[in-house]
Design a binder for this molecule. Structure first.
Ligand SMILES: NC(=O)c1ccc[n+]([C@@H]2O[C@H](COP(=O)([O-])OP(=O)(O)OC[C@H]3O[C@@H](n4cnc5c(N)ncnc54)[C@H](O)[C@@H]3O)[C@@H](O)[C@H]2O)c1
Length: 396
């Protein structure tokens, strides 16, 4: 099959930059696609980080330390930008202004003001495709839940719970890094880091929170600085957001949690949906297992457990009996981005990457959550209005 080659520049050659390189290197895994990424240039402030690409990725012809030089490179059509959060706004704005398509990392700006600036610039460049990285909905179990929602299988919604949990921060000896500092990660803390993953499917399903009562928690107050001393660990470790979702025909509670300190959990992303006609649960903790309970009035209430086949958005060479993992979800997300870039509204399947508008809704929620924690009150998101504390009121 004739393939459109998309020439990518990578800005930020750390953990996630390398994951993209790995996905691009095994594009042959996808069995029926008419697009392919080729990483032609990289940029990192640390030359040691770019060196890995020079050694591992033969298509990389140029390596820069200033991202503006990469943006001036005519051999770059699109950019993957995976840098600390305080750099998102300036870089994403310059990328879009340079006319390069962008898959940017979450949270898409360190705070609401930074996110607003990115969206303002995007509005001036409607031909540039901009999407936000979020891979978990491409796990086969999550993908199937998405199909069930699109088919309207759940009936009236009773409640929804979604979360993303880690545990390595339980160790007080874990050294500080940029993700634990407000200046580089942002005041959102764990919400900025993990929250877009939790919100991607609920927002895609149209379940926009109408209000939030947030419980934010700091458990480990100091961490080793790597030089023999300790420094304050400033960011929120855990967040529980109790939201209410109001739609024309229904109202239901939705509990979202983002946890850096969830004992025993490593990269556990999950969603649970209870409805009057179908309930379903999926967690990457047991990545093959999909639980569901169809219900008809008066019938039995029996949960079904299915080992879901290896079958995500795009078909692959892997047989259905094999297991799907994190790097497979990254590959599938990249296929969705390249598919949309190549085929636009004729994408081969319906799950496109998270949108900047969805990221903007996540900013509204996290900003409201900080306000809720500060005031101890439920904060209305007022659907398009400015934030306000609920009528039970309390000072800021
Ligand atoms: N989608 C996911 O599952 C996932 C997972 C982890 C992180 N992330 C996101 O990816 C982004 C990066 O996180 P990471 O874990 O890869 O971080 P990282 O620290 O491993 O990598 C960041 C890289 O950016 C480079 N950098 C810093 N300043 C720069 C500058 N001015 N110009 C060019 N490069 C610069 C650093 O040298 C480093 O190599 C963040 O937005 C984070 O939230 C996403």
């Amino acid at each position: 099959m004739e393939k459109t080659i998309i020439r990518f520049g990578v800005i930020g050659c750390g953990l996630m930059g390398k994951e993209f390189a790995s996905a691009a290197a095994r594009w042959c895994h996808l069995s029926d696609v008419n697009f392919e990424p080729r990483i032609t240039a990289v940029c990192d402030a640390s030359p040691a980080a770019s060196e890995w690409f020079r050694l591992q990725v033969p298509s990389v012809a140029k390596s820069y330390t200033d991202y503006r030089d990469l943006l001036a490179d005519p051999d770059v059509d699109a950019v993957y930008c995976a840098v600390p959060h305080h750099l998102h706004a300036d870089m994403y704005i310059d990328i879009v202004r340079a006319g390069k398509h962008l898959l940017g990392e979450k949270p898409f700006g360190i705070d609401q003001a930074a996110n607003d600036r990115i969206l303002e610039e995007m509005a001036k460049h409607p031909d540039v495709l901009v999407r936000c990285s979020s891979e978990f909905p491409f796990y086969p179990g999550a993908y199937r839940i998405g199909q069930w929602v699109r088919e309207g299988r759940f009936g009236k919604l009773i409640e929804v719970e979604a979360g993303f949990w880690h545990s390595s921060d339980l160790d007080p000896h874990k050294p500080i890094n940029w993700k634990r500092r407000v200046a580089t990660n942002g005041e959102y803390g764990c919400m900025g880091d993990l929250g877009m993953h939790v919100l991607h499917l609920p927002l895609r399903f149209g379940w926009e929170p109408n209000s939030v009562r947030a419980l934010l928690q700091k458990t480990v107050e100091e961490r080793p600085d790597g030089k023999g001393g300790t420094v304050p660990c400033e960011t929120w470790d855990n967040a529980i957001l109790a939201c209410d979702v109001m739609q024309a025909d229904q109202k239901f509670p939705m509990v979202l949690s983002m946890k850096r300190i969830a004992p025993g959990h490593a990269n556990t992303w999950f969603i649970r949906i209870n409805g009057t006609e179908l309930s379903a649960e999926y967690s990457t903790k047991n990545p093959k297992q999909l639980l569901s309970m169809p219900y008809t009035p008066g019938g039995e209430q029996a949960w079904h457990t299915l080992d879901v086949p290896y079958q995500s958005a795009y078909s692959t060479i892997t047989g259905g009996i094999f297991e799907f993992g994190f790097s497979d979800s990254i590959l599938q997300m990249w296929a969705a981005f390249c598919d949309e870039l190549t085929n636009r509204s004729d994408m081969r399947q319906p799950l496109h990457c998270a949108t900047p508008e969805e990221a903007a809704l996540s900013h509204r929620l996290f900003t409201a959550a900080i306000h809720s924690e500060r005031t101890g009150q439920t904060v209305s998101l007022g659907r398009g209005d400015t934030l306000e504390v609920s009528s039970r009121g309390a000072g800021a």
